[in-house]
Design a protein around this ligand. Structure first.
Ligand SMILES: NC(=O)c1ccc[n+]([C@@H]2O[C@H](COP(=O)([O-])OP(=O)(O)OC[C@H]3O[C@@H](n4cnc5c(N)ncnc54)[C@H](O)[C@@H]3O)[C@@H](O)[C@H]2O)c1
Length: 295
């Protein structure tokens, strides 16, 4: 069996964001290995032999529009992977980078995605519990323009207070809401997301700092370890542990899978689900994860 043929990326056009670093860089390397023609976008320089690299700030609508105008007319797979940590005072920026630009790019590029093509996002275990914000997220998703969305964010400061979590929850809501909508399903365009657990990447230091109430990286690292690793005596993943499965999900191998939110976390969130289902006290994820750490 020809493995490259099985993936189906040979000679195909792939657009991917966030390729300068981390999971997306690992994914881009594999896509190149599999013979894809890759158009990669990042705010930082991309040092990979892609067909074309764009340096653009994807929180900025004008910069996105400029890149979109130059991208190919036909795209077989789109991967939206760029992301930042959730610092206080940066709530709107986090929404733009981690969710809104991704929705905007998807919808602007949808006409160019081939029938049976794929769209795949990197969300996060941080979006676990997305069902709780679903109606609000759908309200935002249904707004027609970038400006209307920015106004919605301005009018909903409480929703975006937990900025990283809300943005990732919106992304997961988007996949759930859109997978069977006619613009995707009529053309058999698959839409999925991966939810990585703790992974050592270019974002690690920022995650550590933004998690600590005092901005102390060591304290934040300890807190992250307690939430994501302690209960299973676990270890942080490497970028390829996330980037490679994402490439598989966007490939022909997963030709019948859409609307899925794939948790790549060694089972941690499944254990949280199990605990939530077995206790009727409606505990928060923080309480459940704390409990699981003490077990
Ligand atoms: N590292 C983790 O533990 C973890 C866990 C769950 C989810 N994630 C998510 O994984 C995705 C990939 O992140 P990573 O961990 O590989 O980190 P990373 O920093 O190594 O990669 C993120 C990339 O996004 C780019 N980027 C950031 N802001 C941008 C902007 N405004 N415009 C264009 N590009 C921009 C960065 O330059 C970088 O190359 C992110 O969406 C992140 O939220 C990470």
């Amino acid at each position: 069996m020809d493995l490259k043929k099985l993936f189906g990326y040979e000679g195909k056009t792939v657009v991917i964001t966030g390729s300068a670093s981390g999971m997306s860089k690992a994914a881009t390397e594999l896509l190149l290995e599999l013979g894809a023609e890759v158009y990669a976008i990042d705010i930082n320089p991309i040092d990979l032999p892609v067909k074309k690299a764009y340096q653009a700030d994807l929180s900025n609508k004008e910069e996105i529009d400029k890149v979109i105008a130059d991208l190919p007319d036909k795209i077989d797979a789109l991967f939206l992977c760029h992301g930042i940590a959730g610092f206080k005072g940066k709530e709107l920026l986090v929404q733009k980078v981690n969710f809104y630009s991704q929705k905007y790019m998807t919808e602007k590029l949808l006409d160019r995605i081939t029938d049976h093509g794929s769209v795949t996002y990197i969300a996060s275990v941080g979006g676990f519990g997305w069902q709780q914000v679903y109606p609000k997220a759908v309200e935002l998703i249904n707004l027609k323009t970038w400006d209307e969305a920015m106004k919605w964010y301005e009018e909903h400061p409480k929703e975006i207070e937990s900025s990283y979590v809300f943005a990732k929850q919106c992304l997961l809501s988007y996949v759930t809401y859109k997978c069977m909508s006619k613009e995707f399903i009529n053309r058999r365009i698959r839409i999925n997301a991966i939810n990585p657990g703790d992974t050592t990447t270019g974002l690690t230091d920022d995650f550590n700092k933004s998690t600590s109430p005092t901005g102390n990286a060591d304290e934040g690292a300890k807190m992250i370890e307690n939430i994501f690793l302690k209960s299973w005596n676990g270890y942080a993943a490497e970028p390829k542990d996330m980037g490679y499965p994402m490439v598989v999900i966007g490939s022909d191998i997963f030709s019948y899978m859409s609307g899925q939110l794939i948790y790549i976390d060694y089972g941690l969130t499944s254990s949280w689900t199990s605990m939530a289902l077995l206790n009727s006290n409606n505990k928060t994820i923080e309480e459940i994860s704390h409990e699981s750490n003490n077990n």
